[in-house]
Ligand binder design. Structure first.
Ligand SMILES: Nc1ncnc2c1ncn2[C@@H]1O[C@H](COP(=O)(O)OP(=O)(O)OP(=O)(O)O)[C@@H](O)[C@H]1O
Ligand SMILES: [Mg+2]
Length: 333
């Protein structure tokens, strides 16, 4: 879709090309809503394909969490990762949920017995042993999850370093890649189950940033204070660098008053963290996983894919919170 480059600004050539493209899209009267929507999406597509994605100075590690089920955690993790990878960044998704939905959406083999997050947490495997490349992109990597992970919450209770196993494994993997001359991983997204158990604690310990997807519906904020309280506990005891850096409003039906009200309430409480981009409810987004794809590869010009690409670009353009990265340029702590 775009080239990743270290610069924050687009080149003059890029800007000129994009401006010409945008000028070529006809303006449409407001009396034809469908055509207006098509023209708007064409403009957004031209803008997103023409703009650069900023490569971070250091690997940024996000945990995508919300103990509320079905709010768009997995959809957000895989689509933002895919949009970044399509733009040329190297991205790793760690599927840390026994449901394995992120592995499915990325087209990754994850039948029972496949080397997976379970083996990393409990079997002594390294991430390099189990990581797979997504069929959609060479620079989109995934640590799969299998049903075996469903026992991990209980099995972890009695082992040493039960809260920090994922952190140690990720740290070692990033250092090893750097030593072997492999491209640095720019972004890591850890997809969590809808609970605050040891799997999620491991994800919070391994990340510097938390991305919370919030569905714009009634009860959206319910449970959020519990989530924030748990994050505070993790900060106090396991990972002082952890910050809720990003909130994304998902599955929004902007035509309803309720969605607008929830969105404004979230923005009131979390003005800095909430992305400007809102993800609309979209059939294409929900269809994509059944083809083993993200919506970014399934239908890149659909409004859902555009929204996720815009959210991904917004994340890359925001600074990582200061002193929150768990790894330096070499992937070391
Ligand atoms: N923007 C969207 N428009 C339409 N459907 C969506 C959208 N985002 C997610 N969905 C669908 O909603 C369902 C829940 O999404 P998802 O699996 O991402 O949530 P989750 O928070 O990861 O769920 P869980 O808590 O079970 O892990 C899925 O069927 C997904 O395809
Ligand atoms: Mg999920």
């Amino acid at each position: 879709m775009t080239d990743a480059r270290p610069a924050r600004e687009d080149s003059l050539d890029d800007v000129a090309r994009r401006t010409a493209l945008l000028d070529s899209i006809p303006d449409v009267g407001l009396d034809t809503p469908l055509a207006a929507q098509v023209a708007t999406d064409a403009r957004r597509h031209a803008v997103i394909t023409g703009s650069s994605f900023v490569r971070p100075e250091q690997t940024r590690v996000f945990t995508v969490a919300n103990q509320k089920g079905g709010v768009g955690k997995t959809t957000t993790a895989v689509n933002i990762a895919a949009a970044m990878a399509r733009a040329g960044l190297t991205v790793l998704v760690i599927d840390n949920d026994p449901q394995g939905n992120a592995s499915t959406a990325l087209g990754i083999e994850h039948g029972s017995g496949t080397p997976s997050t379970y083996d990393v947490l409990l079997g002594g495997s390294t991430i390099a042993d189990v990581v797979q490349v997504s069929p959609s992109s060479d620079n989109l990597l995934c640590v799969p999850s299998t049903i075996d992970l469903s026992g991990a919450e209980i099995e972890l209770v009695t082992v040493d370093s039960r809260e920090t196993r994922l952190r140690e494994a990720l740290r070692a993997y990033l250092v090893d890649r750097s030593r072997s001359g492999l491209p640095r991983v720019d972004y890591v997204f850890i997809d969590c189950p809808p609970s605050l158990g040891l799997l999620t604690v491991n994800a919070f310990s391994a990340a510097a940033e938390v991305l919370i997807p919030i569905q714009t519906e009634y009860y959206a904020l319910e449970g959020l204070s519990q989530l924030l309280k748990n994050i505070e506990l993790i900060r106090a005891h396991l990972n002082p660098a952890l910050t809720v850096s990003t909130i994304l409003l998902t599955m929004s039906d902007i035509r309803t008053n309720l969605a607008r009200e929830v969105a404004s309430e979230v923005r009131e409480h979390f003005a800095e963290q909430t992305l400007r981009t809102v993800i609309p409810r979209s059939v294409r987004i929900s269809e994509a996983p059944s083809y083993g794809q993200t919506v970014i590869s399934y239908d890149p010009s659909s409004s859902g894919a555009l929204a996720y690409a815009e959210a991904a670009r917004e994340i890359t353009r925001r600074e990582a919170p200061s002193s929150t990265t768990t790894t330096n340029r070499d992937g070391q702590a």
